[in-house]
Design a protein around this ligand. Structure first.
Ligand SMILES: O=C(O)CCC(=O)C(=O)O
Ligand SMILES: [Fe+2]
Length: 337
């Protein structure tokens, strides 16, 4: 049985980065306003050409088109990198998402987890991905400069703590592939719920998401006032996908680092079940800005105790990936036996 989703109209602000240097004060005001309210905004004029975004989607499709046995040579691990399929259980649903994902980072966590050019029939996957990741990092840094100004920190404050040239960087790009799903049969009362990405808040600093025209499903549910609160409301607002735009959202880390001023908002990729939902295959790319392990995290008003980047990530992983980690432990034990 599925219940009808309650939808409400909310504005997801569009923020242009055109003439960034001369307009930085205006852009900062727009980013702060969006962050204090809905926690989501869409970035345009960000200088990543649409062709380059499409090329990254092409690289992603090439990877996911490989047989599972090949993808399994670069498995997900507790370092938060690698490939997983149908195994991420969200605390909000208790069920695995119906999807596969491949997580990539810049630093030492990726040792042995890059799919090789040979496995990709000569396609330069690592080079393509890292080139794109550096470009997205550039956009992130423009936004970080504005967030620092908005909170009264020095301009480069967040940029230094998210330095992707350091080997202990934890920033992650996640390629996502949601499978095509059967459309509902009105006579089938036992149709399972195919979660795509169950409702959650992101736990990093800031997420930059790339979607493709027509591949809808992303929905948001604002209303969280403090980062320690996990209640999810039930009124959703769809975020229309547009190839080329970057949908950004504040994560729990920036929410606590701003003493709850900037909102980390619940969102999901809806389990399609109702008329008008999109049941087709869906690709997206999420870039999660994560602090270096030795970052020292505390807001200007010191609302929460100091934590390091490493502690923050470990705790979030425990909350969000415990089922996956359990599976890893079983596999490791079986391999050792
Ligand atoms: O695929 C999407 O559009 C969103 C994915 C997402 O929210 C996540 O991986 O945190
Ligand atoms: Fe998310």
């Amino acid at each position: 049985m599925t219940t009808k989703t309650k939808y409400v109209a909310r504005e997801v602000p569009q923020i242009s980065l055109r003439d960034y240097s001369s307009r930085i004060d205006e852009i900062t005001r727009e980013l702060v306003a969006a962050s204090e309210n809905v926690g989501f905004f869409s970035i345009t004029d960000h200088d990543i050409p649409k062709d380059e975004i499409e090329a990254m989607f092409d690289a992603s499709r090439r990877f996911f088109d490989l047989p599972d046995e090949i993808k399994a040579t670069v498995p997900w691990s507790a370092r938060n990198v690698g490939w997983e399929k149908n195994s991420q259980i969200r605390p909000s649903t208790g069920q695995p998402d119906t999807k596969e994902s491949y997580q990539l980072q810049f630093g030492e966590n990726m040792d042995g987890v890059w799919i090789t050019d040979e496995q990709m029939a000569g396609f330069k996957f690592k080079e393509t991905s890292l080139g794109f990741m550096h470009h997205v990092q550039g956009v992130s840094e423009k936004l970080m400069r504005c967030f620092a100004r908005g909170l009264g920190f020095p301009d480069d404050y967040f940029i230094r703590y998210h330095d992707v040239t350091r080997t202990n960087s934890q920033t992650t790009m996640r390629l996502l592939h949601y499978f095509a799903l059967p459309e509902p049969d009105p006579n089938d009362k036992d149709r399972p719920v195919y979660h795509r990405a169950g409702a959650h808040a992101d736990w990093g600093f800031l997420t930059l998401l790339f979607q493709k025209d027509g591949e809808s499903g992303l929905e948001i549910c604002p209303g969280r006032e403090v980062v320690t609160e996990f209640g999810i409301g039930d009124e959703w607002t769809p975020v229309k996908p547009k190839t080329g735009d970057i949908v950004c959202n504040i994560g729990d880390l920036l929410m606590s680092w701003s003493d709850d001023r900037f909102k980390s908002t619940f969102h999901r990729v809806k389990a399609p079940s109702e008329e008008g939902d999109y049941f087709g295959e869906r690709y997206s790319i999420a870039f999660f800005n994560q602090p270096c392990k030795d970052a020292i995290i505390q807001g200007p008003k010191k609302k929460y105790p100091v934590v390091t980047g490493e502690e923050f990530t470990t705790r979030a992983m425990q909350r969000n990936f415990s089922a996956l980690q359990e599976k890893q432990r079983e596999l490791a034990a079986a391999a050792a036996a």
